[in-house]
Design a protein around this ligand. Sequence first.
Ligand SMILES: Cc1cc2nc3c(=O)[nH]c(=O)nc-3n(C[C@H](O)[C@H](O)[C@H](O)COP(=O)(O)OP(=O)(O)OC[C@H]3O[C@@H](n4cnc5c(N)ncnc54)[C@H](O)[C@@H]3O)c2cc1C
Ligand code: SF4
Length: 488
Amino acid sequence: MGKVTGFLEYERVEEAYEPPQARLKNWKEFVITLNAEQSKVQGARCMDCGTPFCTSGCPVNNIIPDFNELVYQGDWKLALDTLHQTNNFPEFTGRVCPAPCEAACVLNVNDDAVGIKSIEHAIIDRGWNEGWVVPQLAPAQTGKKVAIVGSGPAGLAAAQQLARAGHEVTVFEKNSRIGGLLRYGIPDFKMEKSHIDRRITQMQAEGVVFRTGVLVGAMPAGSKVTNDAQETITPEQLKSDFDAVVLTGGSETSRDLPVSGRDLDGVHFAMEFLPLQNKVVAGDKIKGQLKATGKHVIVIGGGDTGSDCVGTSNRHGAASVTQFELMPQPPEEENKPMTWPYWPYKLRTSSSHEEGCDREFAIATKELMGSKGKVTGLKTVRIEMQGGKMVEVPGSEQEYKADLVLLAMGFVAPVGSVLEAFGVEKDARGNIKAATEGAASYKTSVEQVFAAGDMRRGQSLVVWAIREGRQAARAVDEYLMGSSTLPR
Ligand SMILES: Cc1cc2nc3c(=O)[nH]c(=O)nc-3n(C[C@H](O)[C@H](O)[C@H](O)COP(=O)(O)OP(=O)(O)OC[C@H]3O[C@@H](n4cnc5c(N)ncnc54)[C@H](O)[C@@H]3O)c2cc1C
Ligand code: SF4
């Protein structure tokens, strides 16, 4: 345990941010990592609970009390090794995870949770700076070949685990760069892409081969899903060239808004808008950028993706940014006795909201209005809950001006044609059907084909993708070798 009386003596220390006026001028990260002394104080607050709810609240089951203690003792190298035991990529989660571990922290019952995410962030950044993150070569090669389809966090975690178990791993990615939504969804100001690049270098040294611009299966004609593929491979070819295939293609079909005016110019999915900006920051050549500069922007959808559209629009210099959320405004504070140790229902204000944004709750879009084929505004109505149902409030119709409307209402399912090309069974929501427990863990209905991440569980979080990639790797290793020493 850090310091026996640490939780009584010290307050939680939040990571500081660069001020909005400064950070809005560029695409760089603006969170200031805790220094060694601040991290030590955070570590000292941990009570080393007999039942560490933080660990069970964390989808990868990070061994949180141990690394908190190690940071308090100043043993950063062992803290890094402890973190890497359960998480291949703490630099991703230390930046973008919503930290369900903190919601579950026992100190959160009647005080502020231990700043677990900020400690994770400090450990992994120090690890990279000190040169402690090095390739971990497999002790022996198995001669087995595994194909991973999709290079998001699920595919990367699976690939790294399988390469370290001695398999020959190739990752196929339809886009020009590796990383999935880490690369093309999450903006640089939340996570700079150099973090992905140095992991790719590490993984290449561990034997992973990356093939970009290669689509496995088929994409429907006219699809708006990001696809830079120059080459297509059939599932049959992949299955004959490899001993096992892992499908980690994400949940890429955006939820649409079926109202009049949807076809107007200036109405786009968030995932038509965000990837272009990330490509510009990377210095890629693109055909024409969708920009919010000088425009009145309405973002429809109140989640992470919507918030990223807000931050990106403000950096473009939008005239105004308004975000719509269908559900009523949540309370400012959670009801802790009702929710702990689970994820609390409360108002969440992101760093992008703080940079400037009007937020409208309990509002639905009835129609998109336009002139000469271009969007000019929206007709809306207020919504209220009656008897558990959402109903429109009579007389609450309103019009909003808009030159750019971004649809950020989540993702309904993976691209169906890819699943159909493989012939894998789907679940009721259109995701790949595969269990996570028992002998058939992560196995699809097709022999030698496995599935993990958003393609299996539906739209989720980076940390869940890493968990599923790791667990699927163990299932593949068992399938190929009869047993596995990879952790679950
Ligand atoms: C804008 C946005 C912001 C987000 N912000 C956060 C956040 O702050 N924190 C958080 O935890 N989560 C966030 N998420 C969610 C998170 O990014 C995803 O849950 C996570 O990336 C899913 O990982 P994955 O590996 O399953 O799939 P993805 O990251 O979606 O990767 C799938 C990859 O597979 C490729 N692919 C698909 N089909 C094929 C095929 N047939 N052939 C070849 N390649 C293929 C795709 O091109 C893609 O690169 C965000 C999501 C979005 C859209
Ligand atoms: S629940 Fe909180 S206080 Fe308890 S061990 Fe985990 S981080 Fe430390």
